[in-house]
Design a protein around this ligand. Sequence first.
Ligand SMILES: NC(=O)c1ccc[n+]([C@@H]2O[C@H](COP(=O)([O-])OP(=O)(O)OC[C@H]3O[C@@H](n4cnc5c(N)ncnc54)[C@H](OP(=O)(O)O)[C@@H]3O)[C@@H](O)[C@H]2O)c1
Length: 251
Amino acid sequence: MELSFQNKVALVTGATSGIGESTAWLYAEAGAQVFLLGRNEKKGRSIALAMQEKGLRAAYFHLDVTDEAEVKAVVENIYKKTGKIDILVHSAGFGVRTVFTELSYAEWQRQIEINLHGSFLIAQAAAKNMKEKRYGKIVFISSGSIITGTGGGAPYVAAKAGQLGLMRAMAHELATYNINVNVIGPRNIETPMFSGVYSEEGKRQLIEKIPLKRIAGPEEIAGLALYLTHDISSYITGQFILVDGGRTYSS
Ligand SMILES: NC(=O)c1ccc[n+]([C@@H]2O[C@H](COP(=O)([O-])OP(=O)(O)OC[C@H]3O[C@@H](n4cnc5c(N)ncnc54)[C@H](OP(=O)(O)O)[C@@H]3O)[C@@H](O)[C@H]2O)c1
């Protein structure tokens, strides 16, 4: 079995920061042709350029996952250029914590739109092309908070749990086309989103609750994304995998 990703075309959303950025780097280093999708043009272009300067195959495309027309156009454009889409890792996500009883309907809708509707739009666009080739691997980066209810506000947790249902339905329906769909549930990963929630003192207190006694790096999620989108894991589909340093079930 070919262990590199040399013949693979990989799309990564939220590739301008944190887990998405780290995942895009790992694919590029593993030989894939990587498309970095995200809203931050300056950052996206500079990451793609840094990859190209190392001789890696990467390109950046602007993508807001809530913009249906843009999602369809970007995925179609990539498909026309490459002739296939093998892998989608959907890492784009957003959350702000608000006291439930103070939450406005507009804020609820905003977070559902980014985290859940965006997942549908990008996954459907990619799956259509994967179906034609009868090959595909899709991973959603959800959240461990769908088990605990903590770590995010209600719309974030509800949308991230929605990704699980979406994944299960997709895995069931798309298996016949040789498309695997799985969800990763991270907790405590050192990224800009995480640092926006936890102060340094908050991190120290959190580490005490984690059996592995540390916060993880985004590359520790990227590694699992690569595993789940490699043929080495071809019998795994419809699964939710929690990556939390042992925290969730330790007390
Ligand atoms: N870090 C953790 O501990 C943790 C825990 C549980 C779940 N997660 C999940 O992991 C994923 C990655 O998060 P992260 O920790 O790496 O945070 P991050 O560094 O803030 O990255 C989030 C990425 O999502 C992008 N994004 C947000 N809204 C978007 C939209 N409408 N269209 C396209 N891109 C959009 C952001 O782009 P902009 O820069 O343009 O906003 C950014 O690139 C998220 O889905 C998050 O919910 C993380």
